[in-house]
Design a protein around this ligand. Structure first.
Ligand code: GH3
Ligand code: MG
Ligand code: MG
Ligand code: MG
Length: 311
């Protein structure tokens, strides 16, 4: 089958084979009012092992989208009873904000302007009827590849490769949103800055790899003690957290984390892992000044002998 599909390109055959193993996790919705057309599309896609569901009109499409929030791709016919294809695209993108869903518009489109309408409203690609099986398969595969690539890039841009925590940029971006919500709800916010103690000694005495493993172990502990808070690695051995919880709650959790860290193993013969923290609780003004307040307290914690939290 793969050979038949990829008769024009070996490279395509490799891409196809590479995807085939993962396709059983890919869910595709075929929205078309014509039984014949739905069956045609289903028969083309099925050999690729995708999970396939169907809808006969706009209403059913919305119901299926609701039932399958993990839907990957929508093959969407333009002329269906009720709402038209690109009106539906508009609704999905603008109102429902389903920006991650891949949409491929389909229409007979004799004038050629429908394809433009689809794309303008946010469809990822377009197929003009009648189309051959090969074209549908290529478009489905290349839109999936593009989406995966974008996801991977986004992850690499937002998450720290060593610890898996949000990096500085993503911490600020997400923090800004939490701040805005707190402002609307007139709530206060807690911000803490954490810094590992004498980290340079770990690097110098036990090697950079041990330092790395200390960072990984610490980040894992941090995530498990603060599962519902915004966490980030702001740089080097410096971490931050932001939450709507009160200062007492955060302070107590930090103390538990401190005791836990003292017993963590990260390198043979290395000293117990310890950190200092500055914790600030206040009105949600701008993030920069909240972090500055926390940083001032972190500095005091260091000066007072480390391994403590200053409020
Ligand atoms: P203090 O208790 O005052 O915070 O002392 P410190 O030694 O922890 O602080 P200092 O700022 O002197 O040293 C931080 C070190 O962290 C310096 C830098 O080489 C190291 N570092 C930064 N990023 C990484 C990393 O990703 N991996 C490793 N292994 N070390 C890192
Ligand atoms: Mg139709
Ligand atoms: Mg340090
Ligand atoms: Mg530091």
């Amino acid at each position: 089958y793969v050979l038949k599909e990829s008769q024009h390109s070996y490279e395509y055959a490799f891409r196809l084979l590479h995807r085939l193993d993962h396709n059983s996790h890919i869910k595709i919705l075929i929205a078309d009012d014509s039984d014949a057309q739905r069956h045609y599309i289903r028969h083309i896609l099925e050999p690729h092992h995708y999970q396939i569901i169907e809808a006969r009109d706009g209403k059913e499409t919305l119901r299926q989208l609701n039932e399958h929030p993990d839907l990957d791709l929508l093959v969407l016919d333009h002329s269906m009873p009720g709402v038209s294809g690109f009106e539906l695209v508009k609704l999905l993108r603008q109102k429902l904000r389903l920006n991650d869903l891949i949409i491929i518009g389909v229409s007979a489109d004799p004038k050629g302007s429908l394809s433009a309408q689809f794309i303008k409203h946010g469809a990822d690609d377009f197929l003009r009827k009648p189309f051959c099986p090969e074209e549908l398969n290529c478009r489905v595969m290349s839109t999936l590849e593009r989406r995966d690539l974008l996801r991977a890039l986004k992850k690499a841009a937002e998450y720290d490769a060593l610890t898996g925590l949000r990096n500085r940029r993503a911490f600020y971006e997400q923090g800004m949103q939490i701040l805005q919500q707190a402002q609307r709800d007139s709530r206060h916010i807690s911000v803490a800055m954490l810094d590992l103690d004498h980290f340079k000694q770990i690097n110098d005495g036990f090697g950079h790899a041990s330092g790395d493993s200390a960072l990984v172990v610490f980040a894992r502990a941090l995530s498990s003690f603060f599962p519902d808070m915004l966490l980030g690695r702001l740089g080097g051995e410096e971490f931050a957290l932001l939450t709507l919880h009160g200062a007492d709650h955060v302070d107590q959790a930090l103390e538990k984390l401190r005791q836990h860290c003292a017993g963590l193993h990260y390198a043979v013969g290395a000293p117990p892992l310890s950190f200092s923290a500055g914790l600030y609780h206040g009105e949600p003004e701008d993030l920069e000044s909240l972090l500055h307040e926390a940083d001032i307290r972190l500095y005091r914690a260091k000066q007072q002998g480390r391994a403590r939290t200053v409020l």
